[in-house]
Design a protein around this ligand. Structure first.
Ligand code: Q46
Ligand code: ZN
Length: 300
């Protein structure tokens, strides 16, 4: 197998691109995909500071690595979910990465912000752990970005994540989720920062290869609550399709973004208010985060 670019021995074959690359040319291919994502969706300009949400996993640390390499001004944000050893270890990976690269890392603890860590929120709400966890993460990313004066939050979602989310939304025809499925969500209120996913063009296998070749020390274990999550079942289904037909995931996601998404965009925008308690954006009187914090407070 030869590198498509230079003819050297290839280390990685990318069937969906019908190509193989040597290590340096793969790294360049990877960075080019990130550059293309940033350019195509005008995610941020070269002088805008960026909050990079990092979990300690391969995707978010690979993203941070590329953005630092490209010369962007970045601040990392690690949200400590309080999920046993997983959180202890993943926080250590983020701190080590930040120290090695000389970049700032902010840490916020869900236990402090909501009143209890994710495993307790799960029992209090009697809902799947990812529900309270996801809500808290989205809320805190936005609030920290606002507090720090950073106009945009970048997350490490990759092509597999995005295709699996889209698959789930289509399976249940979640009409409110479909228009929000995008590599870049604009700010629709002064208290909402932009959210972008610069890795949406790269597969999980590709981010793993990038992290390996760049010698990034990341947490390999998944969150213990990820086991049995429907998103994992969706990923497995899509992987089987991908095996049978390379490029299936890419076509599914990119086809949606280019051809179908505009049709799902709601004609009238929902009216946004500021939460009576915390001032963050909500469609009601109290935001979902404050309601969750109340529920936690009442039951512990
Ligand atoms: S951290 Fe939180 Fe994920 Fe764990 S509880 Fe679910 S949402 S799986 S990315
Ligand atoms: Zn609130």
């Amino acid at each position: 197998m030869k590198c498509r670019k230079c003819g050297d021995t290839a280390v990685l074959e990318l069937r969906r691109h019908n190509a193989a690359f040597c290590a340096p040319d793969f790294l360049e291919f990877f960075r080019n995909q990130v550059r293309e994502a940033i350019r195509k969706y005008r995610m941020f300009t070269s002088d805008e500071p960026i909050l990079v949400a990092v979990s300690g996993g391969k995707d978010s640390l690979a993203l941070w690595d590329v953005l630092i390499g490209e010369g962007y001004r970045t601040t990392g944000l690690y949200l400590d979910l309080g999920i046993f050893d997983y959180s202890v270890e993943s926080r250590a990976k983020c701190e080590a990465f930040a120290a090695a690269h000389g970049v700032p890392l902010l840490v916020r603890r869900v236990e402090e912000e909501v009143g209890a860590p994710v495993p307790v929120i799960k029992s209090v709400t009697r809902r799947p752990p990812c529900s309270g966890c996801g809500l808290s993460k989205r809320y805190l990313m936005n609030r920290v970005a606002l507090d720090e004066g950073l106009p945009v939050v970048a997350t490490g979602h990759n092509l597999d994540d995005e295709a699996a989310t889209l698959f789930g939304s289509v399976m249940h025809w979640q009409m409110d989720a479909l228009p929000r499925q995008s590599p870049a969500l604009p700010s629709t209120h002064p208290k909402l920062v932009r959210r972008v996913k610069p890795l949406y063009r790269l597969s999980e296998r590709e981010t793993a290869a990038y992290a390996f070749l760049r010698k990034i020390d990341y947490i390999v274990e998944e969150c213990p609550f990820a086991v049995g999550a429907t998103s994992i079942a969706h990923k497995e289904t899509l992987n089987r399709l991908e095996d049978a037909s390379p490029g299936a995931k890419h076509n599914f996601l990119f086809g949606f973004l280019e051809k179908a998404r505009p049709a799902f965009e709601r004609a009238e925008a929902v009216e946004l208010h500021e939460c009576a308690r915390c001032g963050q954006v909500t469609t009601g009187t109290l935001c979902a985060f404050c309601k969750l914090a109340d529920q936690v407070k009442r039951s512990i």
